[in-house]
Write a protein that binds this ligand. Structure first.
Ligand code: NAD
Length: 473
C-alpha cells in the first residue's frame, strides 16, 4: 500500500475488523466468510423527470451476510452513494445486529441522488421503481431482506415501499414486515422515529455512569451538565440533542451543512430546527454565534462530540484538533481508523457507531415483530395491568390509612403503552450492549479501544452462529 493510498470506507471497515480478529480464536476461513459481502445488486433504471427529460438512476442493495434471515439495513438517498459505501454500511449492519442480539443479517441500500434536487413526485417514482426492482430479484420481503430509513429517507419513503411491495404481492399476509420505519398508521411502531437518537443517548449515558471511565477522562459521572456538540440536525442528530438536553446536558453547538452555531448556555434543538425551517439555515440563530466553517464545530472544547451526519468527517487531517473527551459515533463511520490511532494517543474515548447507533435497528426489529404478530404492543395487557395496579394500590391505601397524590397514582397505576415497551426494550438493549463491550475491553489489556472490543463481540457472535449452522464441516 503506497503512502498516498486513501482507504475506502469498506477498506476502513475491513481494517477495523482485522485489528479485532487478532483477539479472537477463529480460523482465517471463517473470518473471511464473515467479512465478505455475500450479494451485491447494482441496478440502473430510468425515470421521467417533471420537465419531461429521462434520467438514469444508479442504485444498490447489498446483502452482506445471510447467517441470519432476513437481512436488514437502511436505504440511503445521497449523491455520494457508491458500491463501496453501500458494502461498508451493509457490513456494519451485520456487526451491529450481532452485538445487540437482533437476529438479522446485515444489508444496506443506496440510491445515488440528492433528494433536495427532486420533487416529491419524482422521489416517489424513484422509490417505487427501486422497490419493484428489488421485488423482481427477490431482494425484499419480510423473510428475505427488510429495508429501513437512513440518510435522506424517512417514513414517507418507507410508506411508498410497503405500498409498492404489497401491491406486487397480493394476499401476502405479512407484507407490512417488508420494510420498517413506516408511519404508525401504515404498520409502524411508536418510538421508531426517535429510536436511533434515544439509543445514542442511552449508550453514552451508560458510559458516563461508569465512574472508572469518567475518572480516567477527568470527568464526573453522569450526563447532567456535560457539554455536547452535535454535527447534523437530521433524524438522528435532532433526537440525540433532545434527549441530552432533557437529561440536563448542554448542547453548546450544532452543525449543519450550511454552517455551525455556538451558545455556551445551550441550544434548544426544536427552536433551532424551526429557525432553520423559517430561514433556510441554522445560521444567525438568536443568541448564538455563527462559526465560520461547519467543521469548526468538530474542534470545539466539549465533553461529548456527536457526529450524526456522514462518514469520514473525523480523519487523519483533523483528529489532532478534536478537543472532546468522548466521541459518540451516531453516524455510520464518522471516524476513520487513522483518527482512532490519534484518539488513543490523546486519551479520547470513542464510543463506536457499530453498536451506539443500533437503536434504529433494534426498534425496527420490534416493528417487524409487531407486523408479524399483527397486534399492537400493550393491546392485550395494558388494561389488565391498570386494573390490577388500581386494586393493589387501593389495598395498600386501606391498610396503611394513607393516600398517594394524583401524580403518583397515575404513575403507579399506568399500564405500559406501545411506546413505553419500545423505549424499555431499547434501554435494556443499549445498556446491556455497552456493558458487554466494556467488559470485553477491560478484560483484555491488549485490546486498544472500544471499537476493537465491539468488533470482537460481533465477530464471536457471527462466527458462533456459522459454526452452529454447521456449514464449515
Ligand atoms: P438525515 O438525512 O435525517 O440527517 C442528516 C443531516 O446531516 C441532514 O440534516 C444533513 O443536512 C446534515 N449534514 C450533511 N452533511 C453535513 C455536514 N457536512 N455537516 C453538518 N451536517 C451535515 O439522516 P439520519 O437518518 O439522521 O442519518 C445520519 C447518520 O446516522 C448516517 O450516517 C446514518 O447512516 C446514521 N444512522 C441513521 C439511522 C436512522 O435510524 N435514521 C440509524 C443508524 C445510523
Amino acid at each position: 500500500m503506497s503512502a498516498q493510498h486513501e482507504y475506502t470506507f469498506f477498506e476502513n471497515v475491513e481494517r477495523s475488523f482485522d485489528k479485532a480478529a487478532k483477539f479472537t480464536k477463529w480460523d482465517l476461513g471463517i473470518l473471511q466468510q464473515i467479512k465478505a459481502c455475500n450479494s451485491v445488486y447494482r441496478m440502473r433504471f430510468p425515470i421521467k423527470r417533471d420537465d419531461g427529460t429521462i434520467e438514469v438512476i444508479e442504485a444498490y442493495r447489498v446483502q452482506h451476510s445471510h447467517h441470519k434471515s432476513p437481512c436488514k439495513g437502511g436505504i440511503r438517498f445521497s449523491d455520494e452513494v457508491n458500491q463501496d459505501e453501500v458494502m461498508a454500511l451493509a457490513s456494519l449492519m451485520t456487526y451491529k445486529c450481532a452485538i445487540v442480539n437482533v437476529p438479522f443479517g446485515g444489508a444496506k441500500g443506496g440510491i445515488k441522488i440528492n433528494p433536495r434536487k427532486y420533487s416529491e413526485y419524482e422521489l416517489e417514482k424513484i422509490t417505487r421503481r427501486y422497490t419493484s426492482e428489488l421485488v423482481k430479484k427477490n431482494f425484499i420481503g419480510p423473510g428475505i431482506d427488510v429495508p429501513a430509513p437512513d440518510y435522506g429517507t424517512g417514513e414517507r419513503e418507507m410508506a411508498w415501499i410497503v405500498d409498492t411491495y404489497a401491491s406486487l404481492k397480493p394476499g401476502e399476509i405479512d407484507a407490512a414486515g417488508c420494510v420498517t420505519g413506516k408511519p404508525v398508521t401504515q404498520g409502524g411502531v411508536r418510538g421508531r422515529k426517535e429510536a436511533t437518537g434515544l439509543g445514542v443517548f442511552y449508550g453514552i449515558r451508560e458510559v458516563c455512569n461508569m465512574e472508572e471511565q469518567m475518572q480516567r477522562l477527568g470527568l464526573t459521572a453522569g450526563v447532567k451538565d456535560k457539554t455536547v456538540v452535535i454535527q447534523g440536525l437530521g433524524n438522528v442528530g435532532y433526537h440525540t440533542a433532545q434527549f441530552f438536553r432533557e437529561a440536563g446536558a448542554k448542547v453548546i453547538a450544532l452543525a449543519e451543512y450550511e454552517g455551525a452555531i455556538f451558545n455556551a448556555d445551550g441550544l434548544n434543538e426544536l427552536e433551532v430546527f424551526q429557525h432553520r425551517q423559517k430561514t433556510g439555515s441554522i445560521l444567525n440563530f438568536p443568541g448564538a454565534t455563527n462559526l465560520e466553517k461547519n467543521t469548526d464545530a468538530l474542534e470545539l472544547a466539549c465533553d461529548i462530540l456527536i457526529p450524526a451526519a456522514l462518514e469520514n468527517v473525523i480523519n487523519k487531517d483533523n483528529a489532532d484538533r478534536v478537543k472532546a473527551k468522548i466521541i459518540g459515533e451516531a453516524a455510520n463511520g464518522p471516524c476513520t481508523p487513522d483518527a482512532d490511532d490519534i484518539f488513543l494517543k490523546k486519551g479520547i474515548l470513542c464510543v463506536p457507531d457499530m453498536y451506539l447507533n443500533a437503536g434504529g435497528v433494534t426498534v425496527s426489529y420490534f416493528e417487524w415483530l409487531k407486523n408479524l404478530s399483527h397486534v399492537r404492543y400493550g393491546r392485550l395487557e395494558k388494561r389488565f395491568t391498570e386494573n390490577l395496579n388500581t386494586r393493589i394500590l387501593g389495598q395498600i391505601e386501606e391498610l396503611s390509612g394513607k393516600k398517594v397524590n394524583e401524580e403518583e397514582r397515575n404513575i403507579i397505576v399506568h399500564g405500559a403503552d406501545e411506546v413505553d415497551l419500545v423505549h424499555s426494550g431499547l434501554e435494556e438493549t443499549m445498556s446491556a450492549a455497552t456493558r458487554e463491550i466494556m467488559n470485553i475491553w477491560m478484560s483484555n489489556p491488549d485490546i486498544p479501544d472500544m471499537r476493537t472490543a465491539a468488533y470482537v463481540s460481533a465477530i464471536n457472535k457471527v462466527a458462533n452462529s456459522y459454526v452452529e449452522l454447521g456449514i464449515f464441516p
